[in-house]
Structures are given as C-alpha cells and as structure tokens.
Design a protein around this ligand. Structure first.
Ligand code: G3H
Ligand code: 13P
Ligand code: ZN
Length: 327
C-alpha cells in the first residue's frame, strides 16, 4: 500500500477549483506506453498545464497496472528534472468495480473513476458512494458518470446516447459525494463518433443539457469523455500511407472550446493521440523502408504528439499557463 502523495501525484480538488474559477478544462490524456507519457509530460510541461494522466482497462491489459503506475511516477520525476512545476494526477479511467478502484487507490493513484453509467441508477449511486467513502479516507478524488455515451464504453456497447438527465444530477452528487461528474451530451469514444458523410454535417453537442446541469450543480466539475476531434489531417495521412479509416469524425474543436466556456472542467482525449502515432509511423516507415530502429519512428510520433498536446492545451482547453495557479 502506498499513498499517491509519497509518489508526487496530486488529487484533482485544487485543479478543479482553479479550472472552475478561470474557465478552462484540465486535459485527461491516456497512456499505454513510455512515448505517450513523455509526450504528455513535455507537452504539458512546456505549456505549463496541469494534467490528469489516465489509465484505462485496455491500458492495464496491455502494459500492466504496476508498470503503468511506475511510468506515471517516472513522469513526475521527469517533470521535476526538467524544471516543470505542473500538478500531475494519476487517474483510473472507467473503473468498473469497487475492487478495482480500491486496488488503484491502494497502489498510489490519486484519482479514480467509477463508471456505473450502464448500471441502474440506484446501483450506480450505491457503488459510487462506496468508492467515494474509501477514496476520501485517503484524499483520493472520485469521478462518477451519469448518462451513457453511444459507442463502446469499456466493454459496454450502446447504440444510442442516453443523455444525462439534468433532473437527476443534483441528487446523484449529493448522495454519492463524488468530486466530479461525467455527463453524456453527445460525445462518444473512438474515431467514429457520428454517422455523417462529411465534417459539415456533424451535429452540435447538447449544450442545452450542459447548461441545465450547470444550472443545477453550480460550480461543480463536469467532465466530458469521448472528446477527441479525430483530426482530419492525421486521418488523411493514415489513409494516404496504406490505412483505411472511412468517415471518421470527432467533436469539432470549436464545440470543445464552447463546452469549456460553459464550464466543463475536464476533457478526455485519447483517440487523437492514437491517430497521431499511427499517422507518423505509417508515413515514416513507408518513406524510409530501410529503417528498423524503433526509436526513429517512435521518436517522431512522440514529437508530433507533444506538439498536438501543446496545441490542445493552448487553443482548445485553455489550460496552458494555468499550472502555476494550482501548484
Ligand atoms: O475511454 C476509453 C479510452 O479511450 C481507453 O480505451 O480501453 O482501448 O484503452 P482502451
Ligand atoms: P476519445 O476516444 O474521444 O479520445 O475519448 C477518450 C476518453 O473518453 C477516455 O476516457
Ligand atoms: Zn472515456
């Protein structure tokens, strides 16, 4: 058992307090490997942005929970070595049980999500509440979810959005005492968020629901999952160099900016980073067939991801320059 405090991670309480005050969103970036972590630390360090490093079930299956915790810890030390004074939270993304949340808390995570969105309401309340009870004893923050995102939400498939019911949020937060709430307003996971032919046909998020939720919860941290924009320049590179991504569209960055202005405090981005990596590696290996040193193409992908993160922090989330207000 280890406390996240000894490892140098921060919980999300102060991050959200300042995010709400200054109207920006904390980035939730996912990691599965070393290069993604380095890109996150460099990208957030160079832009002086707070960051929530997310570990999903898929990541744990791929890279091992212990390895990822140590990677996160290495990230904190790397940031210190480089003189980046940014708050870093290590977060369990889409925890699906009390036991998993507990094991991550005991293992040094500073924040966990219990995703009971697919459960019936009372069951979601019950488990979230238990997770909160355990987490708060150790100052760990808890993200909960109400409403179901369409698409695949960690082994839960839903054909349609079940938008968050604003009438339920107040009671849910009050009963569970969660620290932040993920809501469903039309975002979804992955690279195929909309069944449209072209970018111009992407519908607006349900900002009416967001406004209603904000009206009821006031200054309470709201989270958006599934918020990659599926950046078309990388989709094009992937397709040009042998890939086949058809009609892959995400949430336009203009809408994410709007969500941030309306008071969303955390925005989760994973797919965009995956697209950057795949685009860079496909292009590099096609153009340099003689190269077989992974550092060459992974290094290039890492650099491009760093640039993407810097741009997201600066132009979309408005989190750049805010770390110094928190630490
Ligand atoms: O919320 C979903 C994240 O993008 C993680 O997905 O389980 O494939 O790592 P994953
Ligand atoms: P994207 O698939 O849109 O990047 O969403 C990631 C996410 O919500 C992680 O929890
Ligand atoms: Zn998610």
């Amino acid at each position: 058992m280890v406390s996240y405090k000894e490892l140098g991670f921060k919980n999300t309480i102060k991050m959200f307090e300042i995010a709400l005050k200054e109207k920006f969103a904390i980035p939730g970036y996912n990691i599965n490997n070393l290069e993604q972590l380095q890109a996150i630390i460099n990208g957030c360090g160079e832009t002086d942005s707070p960051v929530i490093i997310q570990i999903s079930k898929g990541a744990r299956d791929y890279a091992n929970q212990t390895m990822l915790r140590y990677l996160g810890q290495g990230g904190v030390e790397m940031a210190n070595d480089l003189g980046y004074n940014i708050p870093i939270s290590l977060h369990l993304d889409h925890g699906d049980s009390y036991d998993l949340c507990k094991s991550c808390i005991d293992y040094g995570f500073s924040s966990v999500m219990f995703d009971g969105s697919h459960l019936d309401y009372e069951e979601n309340v019950k488990i979230t509440k238990n997770v909160v009870k355990y987490a708060h004893k150790k100052d760990v923050s808890v993200e909960a979810e109400l409403g179901v995102l369409a698409g695949i939400e960690e082994h839960v498939k839903s054909e349609e959005h079940k938008y968050t019911d604003p009438e339920k949020v107040e009671e849910f937060v009050k009963r569970t005492q969660c620290d932040s709430l993920a809501i469903a307003i039309g975002t979804s996971h992955g690279a195929y968020k909309f069944k449209v032919e072209k970018e111009e046909d992407i519908p607006e998020l349900r900002f009416d629901i967001l406004k209603e939720v904000k009206k009821r919860l006031g200054d309470f941290p709201i989270v958006l999952h599934g918020s990659s924009s599926v950046l078309q320049n990388y989709v094009k590179i992937i397709n040009k160099y042998g890939g086949s991504l058809k009609k892959a569209f995400g949430i336009p960055e203009s809408q994410l900016r709007k969500a941030t202005e309306y008071g969303v405090s955390k925005i989760n981005i994973d797919t965009d980073g995956r697209l950057v990596f795949t685009a860079m590696i496909r292009k590099f290996l096609t153009e340099n067939p003689e190269v077989f040193d992974p550092r060459k193409y992974l290094g290039l992908a890492r650099q491009e991801l760093t640039e993407m993160i810097k741009r997201k922090n600066e132009e979309v989330l408005n989190s750049a320059g805010k770390a110094s207000l928190i630490v």
